[in-house]
Design a protein around this ligand. Structure first.
Ligand code: SF4
Ligand code: SF4
Ligand code: FES
Length: 251
């Protein structure tokens, strides 16, 4: 807990974006709330206290409280972050909270990331296209440990949307596959069980909305709460796509 210099707990001011798109009388505006800081207070705790003691109409999302479900992404003083993982002790006395951009606003700090991720999965067919029919009697095929680890790394994404919200390209191009989408595609491109060739992937990954639309300014990797190596993933996709068209090898 941070103190105000005299040893007393800080009084925090939260300025929170309020707007209900379902209510024709609602206008976007900022609303202020004050709260005494408590030890180890996260934004999850602070927002729940505000909702319980000051304003039951405040909308925001949380489920797991432990950086697993991906539902609590929001802009914290302008930077995408998970509310459950952000401690007030790391923030100044005034905390401004906005909903993540890019995603459809449900109300106040709550956005619909699910539709964006479902559309991305459908567009890129982000599931295994098996080479053979599944045979439950067959012996398991061993995968190289390093490859399995690389695939697992991509699977750690919790679909919180923070990287997408931070991305300048995703903010102006609704069709951009986005850092989380490119990460998901790379996971399937690496998987030897997937039958798609680089030529099959070309139209998705190398289109105007794919990896070459990325400006490479790293915001996505900077804000990812799971610290996924997103720029490495983009470099891998670029190499694979260039090799598919201009070279006689894949990596
Ligand atoms: S590096 Fe590319 S994908 Fe990541 S935020 Fe920047 S433009 Fe977006
Ligand atoms: S890549 Fe990181 S920031 Fe982006 S959705 Fe996944 S966990 Fe969130
Ligand atoms: S509440 Fe699940 S990630 Fe924050």
């Amino acid at each position: 807990m941070t103190t105000n210099g005299s040893g007393a707990a800080r009084r925090l001011r939260f300025e929170i974006f309020r707007y209900n798109p379902e209510d024709s009388d609602s206008e976007p505006h900022m609303q202020s709330y004050e709260l005494d800081e408590a030890p180890y207070m996260s934004l999850y705790i602070a927002l729940n206290q505000i909702r319980e003691t000051q304003d039951p109409s405040l909308q925001f999302d949380f489920a797991c409280r432990s950086a697993i479900c991906g539902s609590c992404g929001m802009l914290v003083n302008g930077r995408p972050a998970l509310g459950c993982r952000t401690l007030t002790s790391d923030l100044p006395d005034v905390v401004r909270l906005h909903p993540l951009p890019v995603f459809k606003l449900i109300g106040d700090l709550s956005v619909d990331t699910g539709t964006w991720f479902r559309e991305m999965v459908e567009k890129s067919e982000a599931w295994i296209h098996a080479k053979e029919d599944f045979d439950p009697q067959a012996e398991e095929v061993r995968m190289d440990d390093n490859l399995a680890q690389a695939i697992y790394e991509g699977e750690r994404c919790i679909e919180c949307g923070c990287c997408v919200a931070s991305c300048g390209v995703a903010n102006v191009n609704a069709n951009f596959t986005g850092p989380a989408g490119l990460n998901r595609i790379a996971r399937f491109m690496m998987d030897p069980r997937d039958s798609r060739t680089d030529e099959d992937w070309f139209d998705v990954v190398a289109s105007d909305h794919g990896v070459f639309a990325c400006l490479g300014m790293m915001a996505c990797e900077d804000v990812c709460p799971k610290e996924l190596p997103l720029l490495e993933v983009h470099a891998y996709l670029r190499r694979r796509m260039l090799a598919a068209r201009f070279m006689d090898k894949k990596d």
